[in-house]
Unconditional design. Structure first.
Length: 110
């Protein structure tokens, strides 16, 4: 299991801690990422678009503001977000504790 800290991910504030659950050889050709992601208070994943892939978040703890292709909404534990190919998203931790989520990126196999 590989753990990495990414500063200013996609132009967002602070840093993101990514714990990759599966390595690329385990993911195969249809997936690019399956990871637990931690956003500390005030940290965020900046807005970015996905091309030839989709991304799903499953919020496990914490509260945040999710930018769903320009529409902002609050997310909480148990919420699921989906960003299809050609759309964008971003996420900011707005609470005083860590926000933890699972992230899955599936690649387009056309």
């Amino acid at each position: 299991m590989h753990i990495r800290r990414v500063e200013n991910m996609c132009g967002g504030a602070g840093h993101v801690i990514i714990k990759e659950i599966l390595e690329q050889e385990q993911l195969g050709k249809s997936s690019r990422l399956y990871a637990e992601v931690t956003l500390e208070p005030g940290c965020e994943i900046g807005y970015h678009e996905h091309h030839n892939e989709s991304e799903t978040y499953y919020i496990m703890s914490g509260l945040g503001m999710y930018n769903d292709n320009g529409k902002i909404r609050q997310v909480k534990p148990g919420d699921i977000t989906f960003t299809p190919d050609g759309k964008g998203h971003g996420l900011k931790n707005t609470c005083t504790s860590n926000m933890i989520l699972m992230a899955l990126i599936l690649t387009d196999q056309k």
